[in-house]
Design a protein around this ligand. Structure first.
Ligand SMILES: [Mg+2]
Length: 125
């Protein structure tokens, strides 16, 4: 079975590069903001996990999360919020909107790997 895809929604190119290195055995799809993220979800039916930034132009992470959770076809995809230290209010709002988990920047590759293997089929083997 092909490994399923992880969608990374973040406006920081550096974060995308870090995830590429940390998650090199996974297939990543990249989106630069919420609007791009919604489009990528439409293009890739096999996304099994979303890593989501909060602060982004055009459509932020909370707005994106609301859209995903209101869409029956998408609402079961687990969403991990990648939040900034000291922004606890945003994290709390994201969890209330249905995020599955969160990690706080700066994060270690061990913590992202642990969370990804817990929430994806590829980690169950
Ligand atoms: Mg950002």
């Amino acid at each position: 079975m092909d490994p399923k895809k992880i969608l990374v929604v973040d406006d920081s190119k550096l974060i995308h590069k870090m995830f590429e290195v940390m998650l090199r055995s996974h297939r990543l799809v990249h989106a630069e903001d919420g609007i791009d993220g919604i489009q990528k979800l439409a293009e890739h039916a096999d996304i099994e996990l979303i890593l989501l930034d909060i602060n982004m132009p055009r459509m932020n992470g909370l707005e994106f999360l609301r859209e995903v959770k209101n869409d029956e076809a998408l609402s079961t995809i687990p969403v991990v919020v990648v939040s900034t230290e000291g922004k606890d209010e945003d994290t709390e709002r994201a969890m209330k909107l249905g995020a599955t988990a969160y990690i706080t920047k700066p994060f270690q590759s061990e913590s992202i790997l642990a969370i990804v293997s817990r929430l994806t089929m590829s980690g169950v083997s």
